[in-house]
Design a protein around this ligand. Sequence first.
Ligand SMILES: Cc1cc2nc3c(=O)[nH]c(=O)nc-3n(C[C@H](O)[C@H](O)[C@H](O)COP(=O)(O)O)c2cc1C
Length: 268
Amino acid sequence: MKTIIYYFTGTGNSLAAAKKIAAVLGDCEMVPVALLQNAPAEILPGADRVGIVCPVYDAGVPRIVAEFAGRLDLSRAGYTFAVVTMGGMGVSALHQLNAILTKVHGRKLDAAFAVKMPGNFPPVGKIAAPEKQQKILKSTDARLAEIARTIDKGLLVPPGFSPVSSLMRSFLYPPFYKNVHEMDKAFSVSDACTSCGTCTKVCPVGNITLVNKRPSWQHHCELCCACLHFCPVEAIQLHMMQGTAGRGRYRHPDLTAADMKAQRGEES
Ligand SMILES: Cc1cc2nc3c(=O)[nH]c(=O)nc-3n(C[C@H](O)[C@H](O)[C@H](O)COP(=O)(O)O)c2cc1C
């Protein structure tokens, strides 16, 4: 059975999750959501089994994924699933996806999973030490293997329910969705910048250009923080809440800059 997995990632957790599931399912096409921004209004997947894999942002899904889900017609899919990766709490993102899919095309997810992976948002939580990251990733691997088997068997798995997550989404997500594109005004770059251009290459939505040899954010940001985490000299900071100076950087160990370019449909 053919499967299409639509994915979005900033630091590789969701891509790694999607790849692990794809390996078990076989005959699986991985499609970056970032590539579909300019696709025709309706997206009709040419596969019997269709999945969405993405991170949780402010207890919901990234704005680009919410917009994509609103254009995704799953009415002809045999089986649908979603996996959201999160640093701590995010089951409400699955309810958001179900609400969007049901409202637009009357078809909700057959199976929905929230998977804990290392957090990547230092303004809120310091990045975990490498040993802790490894421990989390080890248990993630076991959970993803179980999820892949569940999907392969075509089982029905409703999203869990977390009142706290739902409450958080109700007040955090609306302002996030409204303002996220402009939130890049909170990024800064220090004199440590070597003008290597890595930030411009890893941004999934092409939001960064070099101006006078320094990154310049163009206000269609998704706040995935790839620029922050990929900068080889930590010259980029994000000035929100507790900030990012000295609070660590994170990338899934399997993620490469080439993966991030592929997410934009570019070859390395
Ligand atoms: C802007 C932003 C907001 C986030 N909000 C949440 C959140 O509400 N709940 C949570 O558990 N994790 C949150 N996270 C952490 C990510 O969901 C988590 O680390 C995810 O696995 C990252 O996936 P990626 O590596 O595919 O980008 C947030 C991360 C970012 C960048």
